[in-house]
Design a protein. Structure first.
Length: 374
């Protein structure tokens, strides 16, 4: 094994959107960071790339609202390749009784300074004429948007300049204040941050994460016909289901003129294979809201694996038995939205600063029921 001397103040494992954000934030605050990645596509490459305020529980809302505030500080600096668009989100009510959900969502978001507006059926139809007639209305959240997350993760690395050094290798073992690479090298630093999603389970003695498989489809390029990110109000129930298989309507208009179609969730299917019946159900759900989708060409379908914690909240904090080891894991489908907020909390913990929001709900120690060893 080739030893490498302590040449950084922190090692971050995983260069997806969470790992890149953690490395970037630490670099912004004066740390020299080694960012180690196996260069295999993960959840960041597979996902939709939405920046969306989610409010299905208070902790999720607090983190997403805080993180979106941080995103607004960098969005204007993103290059065009990051495909930032401030399209906003339309949460759609199929039935009149779902308008009560929209109104509760509006009140919850307002408590955290997130602007939104309930809309009538006629207003929804004027904003998005491709939607089928007969919807009851919805909620518009103008501050939401979309990005192309893989390029944002790369930009975060570049923006930090020489404070981040990227190492293309696989971490195969954790040791005290060190990581061992597949190449045989051993890297040391006083702080190690695990931000490698589902890969983290093999580096820890106790599995912490569960894979939630998702399907996506994208159309050919067409003249711009959808302006917002469109999501059904039942999406939250699908997103936070603790088991089983579900689909929900979620469509984005990409800057290319393509429509990106989601979403599905599937447990106990840790492979990349496309489940054709599930994909068909997802597309049928999308067509129920956007009938014209049936006339558009779909040019690609793919899957990805979301890393979910047992309670649906990310694990952000020091490992309870290894004070040199921090976890930034379990963001499921909200990693892009919460990346900057998660990174800010991790950096505050590492530097013993008071975080901008209460980090208690996300602390990694909550999931450890027994003494672990690495």
């Amino acid at each position: 094994m080739k030893a490498v001397g302590r040449c950084a103040e922190a090692i971050v494992v995983g260069a997806g959107i969470i790992g890149a954000a953690c490395a970037w934030r630490l670099a912004q605050e004066g740390h020299q960071v080694l960012l180690v990645d196996n260069q295999r596509p993960g959840a960041t490459a597979a996902g939709m790339g939405h920046l969306v305020c989610m409010d299905d529980n208070p902790a999720e809302l607090a983190l997403s609202a805080y993180s979106l505030q941080l995103w607004r500080g960098v969005l204007e600096r993103l290059p065009e390749s990051c495909a930032w668009r401030g399209c906003g989100t339309l949460w759609l009510a199929e039935r009149e009784d779902e308008m009560a959900i929209a109104e509760r969502k509006q009140r919850r978001m307002a408590e955290y300074g997130v602007l939104s507006e309930t809309l009538s059926a006629a207003q929804i139809a004027r904003l998005e004429p491709m939607l089928r007639p007969g919807l009851a209305g919805g909620l518009q959240v103008p501050g939401d948007g979309i990005v192309y997350a893989p390029n944002v993760a790369r930009w975060l690395q570049v923006d930090a300049g020489s404070a981040i050094r990227v190492i293309a290798d696989e971490v195969v073992m954790l040791e005290e204040q060190a990581v061992v690479l597949a190449s045989g090298k051993r890297l040391t630093a006083p702080v190690v941050v695990l931000a490698c999603g589902l890969q983290a389970d093999r580096l820890l003695a106790q599995p912490l994460l569960k894979a939630k498989k998702g399907h996506l489809a994208i159309t050919d390029r067409y003249p711009q016909r959808v302006r917002h990110q469109l999501v059904e109000l039942g999406y939250g129930a699908s997103a936070h289901a603790s088991g089983g298989t579900s689909v929900a309507f979620n469509v984005q208009a990409r800057p290319t003129g393509q429509l990106l179609i989601g979403s599905s969730r599937q447990f106990d299917s840790p492979d990349a294979d496309i489940d054709l019946p599930l994909l068909a159900a997802m597309l049928m759900r999308a067509e129920a809201f956007l009938p014209a989708l049936a006339q558009l060409n779909i040019i690609r379908c793919w899957t990805g694996l979301r890393a979910a914690s047992a309670d649906g909240l990310p694990l952000l904090g020091p490992h309870p038995q290894h004070r040199w080891l921090w976890l930034a894991l379990g963001h499921e489908g909200l990693g892009v939205t919460t990346a900057l907020g998660s990174a800010a909390l991790i950096a505050a913990q590492i530097q013993h600063h008071r975080p901008a929001i209460d980090d208690t709900p996300y602390l990694a120690a909550r999931v450890f029921s027994e003494v672990l060893s690495v």
